[in-house]
Design a protein around this ligand. Structure first.
Ligand code: BG6
Length: 287
């Protein structure tokens, strides 16, 4: 990061964050946001007059080399386990470079991050803060052979209560149930969560919505260049096993993640690139 020239008075400022890690604070006419350079991790997005959109664990660590619990971890270039290597890969535990900030004529603010040392990839991440939050991960193959990667924007949403919400948009899609170890089909229109849920829905580019009557809002997750959706809530036992997550916090979060994982991994020819774009917006529910 080249320092103060990235600041935009009234809109973008740099500040020391938790654990001494550097963060960027963004303000627009509609919203505010907070992004750490560690992981290019969006740890906050809040529209004026609404509860925060993103859940952050009060027990999260903010330590170099360790993941942050909550917000939007950027999972790249693999998703899940890889023998001898970090779970969910290195992008979320690497300090990204903040390359550029801009205030657009419409009042939106964009931040452009670059992942240093991404092996044979060039990865850029564009975060746009406005009335909605837009995240774009652009991955290029800088090597001289085909290269394959997985990616996922592992978004934690703040909800009024896990028993109050329903998630729509995935009906008719089959999914891998990672808790049961089976493949199932989503028959119900709305997903309701009342036990541990860890599901990968492949081959879907559908927009999903989280309806949350307790907060009187509906969250919309619209995406392009992403063919997998992951839904996760750790429920009681797994919450207790996670040292950086409160025992009761599963009640107030759900992850609806947009990515290209497992069979939807992406293979790029030399010089090729792929963009995954996710726009997260919210609206008031009519009471
Ligand atoms: C989800 C995975 O995307 O991430 C889960 O499907 C995993 O299996 C979860 O438990 C959280 O992973 P981590 O490494 O952030 O604890």
């Amino acid at each position: 990061m080249s320092g103060k020239n990235l600041e935009i008075p009234g809109h973008v400022s740099l500040a020391p964050g938790a654990g001494g890690l550097q963060k960027v604070l963004v303000k627009t006419a509609w919203s505010s946001a907070e992004i750490y350079l560690h992981g290019a991790h969006v740890t906050g997005f809040q529209k004026k007059g609404e509860p925060p959109l993103l859940f952050m664990s009060a027990a999260s660590e903010f330590t170099a080399g360790k993941p942050v619990r909550g917000g939007v971890p950027v999972i790249f270039p693999w998703f899940g386990a890889r023998e001898g290597l970090p779970f969910h890969a290195f992008a979320r535990i690497t300090t990204w470079e903040l390359k550029e900030t801009s205030l657009l004529p419409n009042g939106a603010v964009t931040l452009r991050f670059i992942l240093p040392d991404a092996e044979n990839f060039h990865a850029e991440y564009l975060v746009t803060v406005a009335e909605s939050l837009t995240l774009e991960l652009d991955v290029g193959n800088t090597g001289d052979m085909d290269a394959t990667f997985e990616a996922c924007l592992h978004t934690y949403f703040q909800i009024s209560g896990i028993d109050a919400i329903s998630i729509t948009g995935l009906a008719g899609t089959s999914y891998q149930d990672k808790v049961a170890g089976t493949t199932e089909t989503q028959t119900a229109d709305a997903i309701r969560i009342s036990s541990e849920v860890d599901r990968v829905y492949p081959d879907t580019a559908a927009t999903t919505e989280i309806e949350d009557p307790g907060f009187g809002r509906k969250i919309r997750i619209a995406k392009s260049g992403s063919n997998s959706t992951v839904v996760w809530n750790p429920w009681i036992d797994k919450s207790k096993r996670m040292p950086d997550f409160g025992d009761e916090e599963y009640l107030h979060m759900v992850c609806v993640e947009s990515g290209n994982v497992a069979q939807n991994n992406v293979t790029l020819p030399p010089g090729g690139h792929a963009v995954m774009k996710v726009e997260i917006s919210s609206e008031r529910l009519l009471s």
